[in-house]
Design a protein around this ligand. Structure first.
Ligand code: BGP
Length: 463
């Protein structure tokens, strides 16, 4: 028996400042680490984004037409504090008031991410950013400013988006020219500082802003063992621990898992911190967990002298000798980018997270990417996206039916945005943006078939 979605379920969609806003050199905005990445990302015109900065009014109009109950977006830290700290920038502050007010006028709940990958470059130059303990206070000062400014209008806050990925992508921390394995010590030091900073923001919210809820948004997935062999089962457990479980365990329970600690120590990557941090983190845990789910992975044991793993793609290394390698799962179809399509994996992830942490959850990102041709007169017939979203929404409903508290679901993304890795070739939106990689002129919005499908689904309140 499948239970209906709760009446107040937050049917939503998601985006992020650096992928949507553009206007990098307008409105007094400062540079973030994204402006300085040394990857292919630089060629993808984040500086123009999809022009949300100028077109938010149109976009929110479309959200209203779709019947969205929630919109999750992020604030660009460097629009508020161009240098990361110091004097706030009135134009940036006003911009987010406009966005939030317009959402509220359309009865759309704003879900606001404080930091979604675009860390202020100035703080990296000044003291190394998250690598230094000084970063903790600066994040808390920024968060406090946001709460004082927008706190009476925003109920749901997300502290950091996908810290689990930031930790594995050195350039997102401003560490240039080094791979993950070369910079592990710095990465996990930064990770620890981000957890303490988040705990301080949880504390701030719980003591000073009652009626407001806060949590992290993590990328989460299931890892299946490739065979029945105990080695592969252990490899799948290990990968889950090393990519995601270690972080939730630390953030929600104030504990470094011993196997994880052993892993860090054996790589000379154990961070420095005072013992009191762990008690503090334990005493200040989140109210909910935001779950970004796209796909699952299948894992085999990789001997210390094994060949390179088969798949790359997502920003988690595809193998680590002596521990795991990701392998293809023949049971599951994939997207053009080789990401598996696995709705049951979403239900399993929600079950596992609830079993471990007993916190309410919201799916903060879930979506299907494809290369698409935008034609001005014909809505894109994105049948595969509709099937993907429908199957994943069904999986959420099944989880809710089992008693797991999931209070919302946000499609990634509302309009097409600039993909983190593949620019405008990789589109996720239910509204197309008429913009090719290098044509910055026209950015019309054109609802796809999935837009009308989601509109009907929200109206019915059921899949
Ligand atoms: C998540 C990020 C988003 C978004 C999404 C899709 O990791 O939080 O910002 O980019 O993944 O990823 P991509 O654009 O690389 O396909």
């Amino acid at each position: 028996q499948i239970a209906p979605f709760p009446q107040d379920f937050l049917w939503g969609a998601s985006s992020s400042s650096f992928q949507a806003e553009g206007a990098w050199h307008e409105g007094g905005k400062g540079d973030s680490v994204i402006s300085h990445t040394e990857t292919e990302a630089q060629t993808t015109a984040f500086d123009e984004g999809v022009d949300f900065y100028h077109q938010y009014h149109t976009d929110i109009g479309l959200m209203k037409e779709a019947g969205l109950k929630a919109f999750r977006f992020s604030i660009a830290w460097t629009r508020i504090f161009p240098q990361g700290v110091g004097k706030p920038n009135p134009e940036g502050v006003a911009f987010y008031h406009h966005v939030i007010d317009e959402l509220s006028a359309a009865s759309i709940e704003p879900i606001v991410t404080m930091y979604h990958f675009d860390y202020p470059q100035h703080l990296v130059d000044k003291y190394g950013g998250w690598l230094s303990r000084r970063s903790i206070n600066d994040f808390v000062t920024y968060a406090k400013f946001l709460l004082d400014e927008y706190g009476d209008k925003v109920h749901y806050w997300i502290t950091i988006n996908e810290q689990d990925h930031i930790t594995k992508m050195p350039y997102r921390l401003g560490i240039l020219g080094k791979t993950y394995s070369e910079s592990m010590r710095e990465e996990y030091q930064a990770n620890h500082h981000m957890v303490v900073a988040s705990a301080k923001v949880f504390n701030l919210i719980h003591t000073k802003y009652p009626g407001t809820e806060v949590g992290p948004a993590l990328s989460y997935q299931v890892y299946y063992p490739a065979t029945h062999s105990p080695e592969d089962t252990e490899a799948a457990m290990d990968l889950s621990l090393l990519t995601q479980d270690y972080l939730l365990e630390l953030q929600c329970s104030g504990r470094y898992d011993p196997v994880f600690r052993h892993y860090l120590e054996s790589h000379n990557a154990w961070p420095d911190f005072p013992d009191s941090d762990l008690d503090y983190i334990k005493a200040n845990s989140p109210d909910f967990i935001g779950v970004n789910y796209y796909s699952s992975d299948t894992v085999a044991y990789m001997p210390a002298n094994g060949d390179d793993g088969e798949i790359g793609g997502k920003p988690v290394p595809s193998y680590e000798r002596g521990i795991y390698q990701k392998v293809r799962n023949k049971e599951l179809p994939t997207t053009q980018w080789g990401w598996t399509i696995d709705p049951r994996g979403l239900k399993l992830s929600l079950r596992k997270l609830y079993y471990e942490y007993h916190l309410p959850m919201i799916v903060t990102e879930n979506g299907f990417s494809e290369e698409e041709e935008v034609s001005p007169n014909k809505p894109i017939d994105d049948t595969k996206r509709i099937a993907y979203l429908g199957d994943h929404i069904r999986a959420v409903q099944e989880a809710i039916s089992l008693g797991i508290p999931v209070f919302g679901y946000c499609i990634w993304s509302f309009t097409d945005v600039i993909s983190g890795h593949s620019g405008m070739n990789k589109r996720y939106g239910i509204v197309a943006v008429n913009r090719t990689n290098f044509d910055l002129k026209a950015m019309n919005r054109l609802p796809k078939k999935s837009f009308y499908w989601y509109q009907q689904l929200i109206k019915k309140g059921a899949y």
